[in-house]
Design a protein. Structure first.
Length: 475
């Protein structure tokens, strides 16, 4: 007979969002059951954010050896021991894992169950034949898995995904990447810097969701580093020929073969809904994920869904944001409403590309008059000292100066975008940035100088720009 639990809250999925809900509820003294069929920490810790950024960091260190001539340091070819790079990736995972561990959450008072959860009915979840959970509220936080396109021959060809690539102990000699989005290009640059030949095949436009001008700067840098980017590239089929991978491209002039040693599929991710028994619980869902309202409730009012499984923006910070909404609504009955407009995103290439709010195109569709404020990295003193002069900031405001959106491409763009996320979340006017004092010399001055240009639209000469910078440093 199955062991029965009747907690206030049952969370399905121990990824970032699920852990956030469980930890917050337990801290408030709420009885919680947490169910996870795989590893604690979910995709972000084990196969996503953490390992990818660790690999990117290793690639960046390798690139320093090649690119320090301008500093008076002789460039050398780095001696890369890839198995040790892989050790580094897994050591980082291991260092963070205790924060997400079963032991920690058990210590917080959470009942952690290992196994596959399935809705038996609208009010009950079972885990095999061993456990039955009848909770007052449920939260589905099962995340996403790599989307594998139906390419002929792929089922008979070995390939990597963003979930499996970090298990590779040997460096790919020539990695073919199918997919030119954020994941594909981040990994392409990292592996290139670590010594692999790289060919990226993209059916449409690489970084198609990003500001075209900013995306062009990133793509240009990747090409300069030796990444071959083919777009548009229509993959007809793939096959393994002896010890090589062949990707056959279809074009107007006929077929073309791209040969490599390894294949990485990076064509996005799909919500993980299989096996959950959602129909039995009356939870509406489709290929794009579980349907939720602005309070993250599903069509079953006892059940919430958060993060990637909802088909929304697939970022760890979004799952955490959703978790906060659920805690406030499910436990405190506070009014909440999800708003994606103030959700930032970052492509962690080098240079980084970060965005929040409306794009220039989106702003023009909503407002009759907008202002586009810009400032280049090469006119920032700190950027010059660091030799990080490629890139710019673009801030979009309405005619009165309310901040509508911001895009930053360049060094530390992901760190700088937080300021503009706050501006959009709080409805700030650009005058708030024009009036603050920022430390000199820092990259954050780029944002302030863009803000000050709102009041000097005709400011054009280099001499006047330097005067503006001098006045800024005086506060």
């Amino acid at each position: 007979m199955a062991e029965r639990f009747t907690p206030d809250l049952c969370v399905i999925g121990a990824g970032s969002g699920g852990l956030s809900v469980a930890a917050a509820a337990a801290a408030l003294g709420v009885p919680v059951v947490l169910i996870e069929k795989g590893k604690m920490g979910g995709d972000c810790l084990n196969t996503g954010c953490v390992p990818s950024k660790a690999l990117i960091a290793a690639g960046k260190r390798a690139e320093v050896f090649r690119s320090s001539t301008a500093f008076g340091i002789k460039a050398v070819r780095p001696n890369i021991e890839f198995f040790r790079v892989n050790d580094h990736v897994h050591e980082v995972i291991a260092a963070i894992a205790p924060n997400d561990s079963r032991e920690r959450f058990t210590g917080l008072g959470v009942k952690v169950i290992a196994g596959e959860a399935r809705f038996k009915d609208a009010a009950t979840v079972v885990v095999g034949d061993e456990f039955e959970i009848a909770a007052r509220r449920f939260v589905v936080a099962t995340g996403s898995t790599p989307a594998v396109p139906p390419i002929p021959g792929l089922d008979q060809t070995p390939y990597l995904t963003s979930d499996t690539v970090f298990e590779a102990r040997e460096r790919p000699k020539h990695l073919i990447v199918i997919g030119g989005g954020t994941i594909g290009l981040e990994l392409a640059q990292a592996f290139r810097r670590l010594g692999s030949d790289i060919t990226v095949l993209e059916a449409a436009q690489p970084l198609a969701k990003e500001d075209p001008e900013a995306a062009a700067i990133v793509l240009d840098q990747l090409v300069r580093e030796g990444v071959v980017i083919r777009s548009p590239a229509k993959v007809a089929r793939v096959r393994r020929v002896r010890n090589k991978i062949e990707v056959v491209l279809a074009g107007e002039a006929g077929e073309e073969i791209v040969e490599g040693s390894d294949l990485l599929i990076a064509t996005g991710r799909r919500p993980t809904v299989e096996g959950l028994g959602l129909d039995a619980a009356g939870i509406e869902h489709d290929r794009s994920g579980i349907k939720v309202d602005s309070r993250m409730r599903t069509t079953n009012k006892k059940v919430y869904a958060i993060g990637d499984v909802t088909g929304s923006l697939q970022f760890t910070h979004v799952a955490n944001y959703h978790a906060g909404l659920v805690i406030r609504h499910a436990l405190f009955r506070l009014p909440v409403k999800a708003d994606d407009n103030a959700i930032p995103r970052v492509t962690f290439t080098d240079p980084e590309l970060a965005h929040v709010g409306l794009s220039e195109e989106g702003a023009r569709e909503r407002a009759k008059t907008i202002r586009v404020l810009r400032w280049p990295y090469h006119e920032n003193d700190r950027a010059q000292t660091e030799r990080e002069t490629s890139g710019h900031i673009k801030v979009i405001t309405d005619k009165k100066g309310k901040v509508l959106g911001a895009t930053i491409v360049g060094a530390a763009a992901g760190e700088q975008i937080t300021t503009w996320t706050l501006a959009i979340a709080q409805g700030l006017n650009i005058r708030a940035f024009a009036g603050i004092v920022v430390p000199y010399p820092t990259l954050s001055e780029i944002g302030k100088r863009a803000a000050m240009s709102f009041y000097a639209p005709r400011l054009g000469s280099p001499w006047l720009r330097r005067i503006l910078g001098w006045l800024q440093r005086l506060g």
